[in-house]
Write a protein that binds this ligand. Structure first.
Ligand code: NAD
Ligand code: MG
Length: 381
């Protein structure tokens, strides 16, 4: 039995992680769950999986859920609750499925407690990749990717030597607006942006896919997960999301991982690694698909991706500022305060003002994160 804890259990990745656990009840035991504000769903999860530790977003929500919890369940809330769920249970592995850099402290706490990490929460690695990877190495903790592209690369690298990688290519579906021109983008709505052609995901990552910030975050995530220099990371548009990513080796051989777009596959691989288990989803038939399409990434069309590469190469706190500014810009767009193209304007302006610090510690990271959020909130158009 593998014991797991999930931070962000009520979201898209969280619920799919529980689907995987429910499909293999003899393999997984759920020790702890943290949700945000959807306490109805969290309660259903508690009844089904009987975790010993539960956490909710606020003290008010904790009061609401308390009378309905089974006797003996330990209840927490807020940031402290995330840390308790991540580090305070008997879990062997923690799936980080919260959205945003709010996941950083709890992920670090899980690493310090010696838990394996199933990493979905890419913002954590973007904001403080050097700290997370350094602590994981020091504690001998594996960081197993949940993100489909990184799971693909991880699978392609099984048994291979990192030094023999020529380059890594992350594929990008292009998001909701991949076929619109820059002119057309000035009129798009929140509702349009939330319609992703291939994947059903949380709101923030769906917007990030449309701006290509998601791929930018993933480039930085790949840099930290695989130790690959930015010069050796490429991005290719692939509208079908069938080839999840690939690796080219020094001899010119390319290894790719393919499958239908179903997050339960990479989630399950992270949970069962180095083993594989049967999975219920639809199987890929290349004969049925017939054709796959690929095209060069256009960095003029998607300036947020160019900015991510720039921030990654600068390093230090540059990716921290990129991520934090984006979190606020996306929230403002979802709140209908700004237009779609103003997301990238906020990123550009905040990064122009940011003086990146090298080798930042956790306090510096959190200070820059707070500063970038404040700047991004204040910008008006
Ligand atoms: P989501 O919005 O569907 O779910 C987020 C979860 O985090 C919810 O349970 C929410 O309640 C919880 N949460 C948010 N803020 C919180 C807080 N302050 N305290 C406690 N809980 C909080 O998001 P998602 O789409 O599942 O994405 C989660 C992470 O996984 C993101 O980092 C995303 O980039 C990454 N990811 C998602 C997908 C996908 O298919 N959805 C794919 C790859 C990577
Ligand atoms: Mg991805």
């Amino acid at each position: 039995m593998k014991k797991i804890a999930i931070i962000g259990s009520t979201g898209s990745i969280g619920t799919q992680t529980l689907d995987v656990a429910a499909a293999h009840p003899d393999q997984f035991q759920v020790e702890a769950l943290a949700g945000g504000s959807n306490i109805q769903l969290l309660l259903e999860q508690v009844r089904q999986f009987r975790p010993r530790i539960v956490s909710v977003g606020t003290a008010g929500l904790a009061e609401e859920i308390k009378p309905h919890l089974p006797a003996g369940t330990r209840l927490y809330c807020g940031g402290e609750g995330l840390i308790e769920v991540a580090a305070g249970s008997d879990a062997d592995m923690v799936v980080t499925a919260v959205v945003g850099s709010v996941g950083l402290r709890s992920t670090l706490a899980a690493i310090e407690a010696g838990k394996q990490i199933g990493l979905a929460n890419k913002e954590t690695l973007v904001t403080a990749g050097h700290l997370v990877m350094e602590r994981a190495a020091a504690k001998g903790v594996a960081i197993l990717p949940v993100d489909s592209e990184h799971s693909a690369v991880f699978q392609c690298l099984n048994g291979e030597r990192r030094a023999e990688i020529s380059n890594i290519t992350l594929t990008a579906s292009g998001g909701s607006f991949r076929d619109l021109t820059r002119d057309q983008l000035s009129h798009v709505t929140v509702e349009d942006a939330l319609k992703h052609p291939n994947w059903s995901m949380g709101a923030k990552i769906t917007i990030d896919s449309a701006t290509m910030v998601n791929k930018g975050l993933e480039v930085i995530e790949a840099h930290w997960l695989f130790g690959t220099p930015y010069e050796q990371i490429k991005v290719l548009l692939h509208p079908e999301s069938i080839v999840h990513s690939y690796v080219e080796f020094v001899d010119g051989s390319i290894m790719a991982q393919l499958g239908t777009p179903d997050m339960r596959v990479p989630i399950q691989y992270a949970l069962t690694y180095p083993q594989r288990m049967s999975a219920p989803g639809k199987r890929l038939s290349l004969a049925e698909v017939g054709q796959l399409h690929f095209r060069e990434m256009d960095y003029e069309r998607f300036p947020c991706l160019r900015l991510a590469f720039e921030c990654g190469k600068i390093g230090g706190t540059a990716p921290t500022a990129y991520n934090a500014a984006n979190e606020i810009a996306v929230a403002r767009f979802l709140n209908k305060e700004i237009s779609f193209l103003q997301i990238e304007m906020i990123l550009e302006r905040v990064l122009e003002e940011h003086q990146a610090a090298a080798h930042p510690d956790l306090d510096t990271i959190e200070a820059v994160d707070a500063w970038a959020r404040k700047q991004a909130r204040q910008l008006s158009f």
